[in-house]
Design a protein around this ligand. Structure first.
Ligand SMILES: Cc1ncc(C[n+]2csc(CCOP(=O)(O)OP(=O)(O)O)c2C)c(N)n1
Length: 325
């Protein structure tokens, strides 16, 4: 499927990928009180991971990982079953389907709960691509909070030193749980740190799909040609809480409302409507039908019996997880 934003078809596919991703995410929010809502950050993870080649390696941030997986062809019913550990799960019921939706050799999820490990795995994957003289690239994303993990600095250092074919995307949604990035990030910004480590750096409006796409396209082309790693620092906003039970006492409703006006889906949709490529009614009705479809899929997965294919050594927390979901 083409996600080339230079064509009307590609633009429609990008819009649909954002809406489908949000529809799945919102359905999960309704059915899983542990869910980490990704609403508001779609331009970063759809723009950041669209239009890569099938053999490129993707390592999205946990917030938005399911939308990236759907865009790359995953079946939403299988993803939902993976989250709940129910029949149809592709993971033996033991993957945290939200943070690692698609265990495969080209899709690196957050295999453990430890932030920053995904970035390190992506760096290792990029090293493999380089050593095998493959023309593929690895793209990884991580939050502003994760940027403070030491392993991210180590990964950037190695990638810069060895000119690895790797693109780092900082999905800066301005909070790490309840801690604002402006308080938690010393030494300037994540961009300043990456510059100091010798990376090419580009700051983008993370709610502008086309700005993210253009930064990613340049960074990927550079990496494919042996030019080394780039950091794309995308400023966005987490419109929901850290997870569904977050009381959100650390920010005002006015702040959230101001960012809701900059919704990346609405912004891109408006562009398509003004260009005459999408009708306003068509946009509204397709959005509603995708929301309903994903809700049905997620509800059915939640109500399904536990998968019979459980792995032999389940996590000590597997039962709690299913009950809590
Ligand atoms: C190494 C490590 N430290 C702390 C945590 C606890 N933790 C889980 S999510 C989270 C916030 C992450 O913030 P960010 O990287 O900005 O991602 P966001 O949740 O904002 O998308 C924290 C601190 C963890 N899982 N791993």
């Amino acid at each position: 499927m083409s996600f080339d934003h230079g064509t009307p078809e590609g633009r429609m596919n990008l819009w649909r990928a954002m809406v489908r991703g949000r529809a799945f995410d919102q359905a999960m929010c309704r059915h899983n009180n542990h869910w980490h809502e990704a609403r508001g950050e779609e331009a970063v993870f759809i723009g950041g991971f669209a239009q890569l080649e099938a053999d490129d390696i993707v390592a999205p941030h946990f917030r938005g990982a399911c939308a990236v997986s759907l865009m790359r062809g995953s079946d939403p019913a299988e993803l939902a079953a993976g989250v709940f550990g129910t029949d149809g799960s592709n993971s033996g019921g033991n993957w945290r389907g939200d943070i690692c939706p698609t265990p495969s050799e080209r899709f690196i999820g957050m295999f453990s709960g430890s932030l920053g490990t995904t970035v390190a795995y992506a760096t290792g994957a990029a090293l493999h691509l380089q050593q095998r003289h493959l023309k593929n690239v690895a793209v990884c994303a991580f939050g502003d909070g994760t940027a403070n993990a030491g392993i991210v600095a180590e990964s950037m250092n190695l990638a810069s030193m060895l000119k690895l074919p790797l693109v780092f995307i900082c999905q800066n949604n301005q909070y790490a749980t309840s801690l604002p990035a402006t308080t938690a990030i010393a030494g300037g910004t994540v961009s300043d740190r990456a510059k100091a480590l010798g990376l090419e750096v580009v700051d983008v409006d993370g709610n502008d799909l086309e700005a993210v796409i253009s930064a990613r396209a340049t960074a990927v082309a550079r990496a494919r040609e042996g030019g080394g790693p780039t950091l794309i620092h995308a400023l966005t906003y987490r419109m929901g809480g850290h997870y569904m039970n977050d009381p959100e006492t650390y920010r005002t409703r006015d702040e959230v409302a101001a960012w809701e006006k900059l919704d990346p889906i609405t912004r891109f949709e408006q562009k398509l409507i003004v260009a005459g490529e999408l009708g306003a009614d068509e946009a509204a009705s397709e959005t509603l039908s995708l929301m309903a479809e994903m809700n049905d899929i997620v509800a059915a997965a939640k109500d399904a019996p536990p998968t019979e294919n459980l792995v032999l050594n389940p996590s000590a927390y597997a039962e709690d997880w299913r009950i809590a979901s």
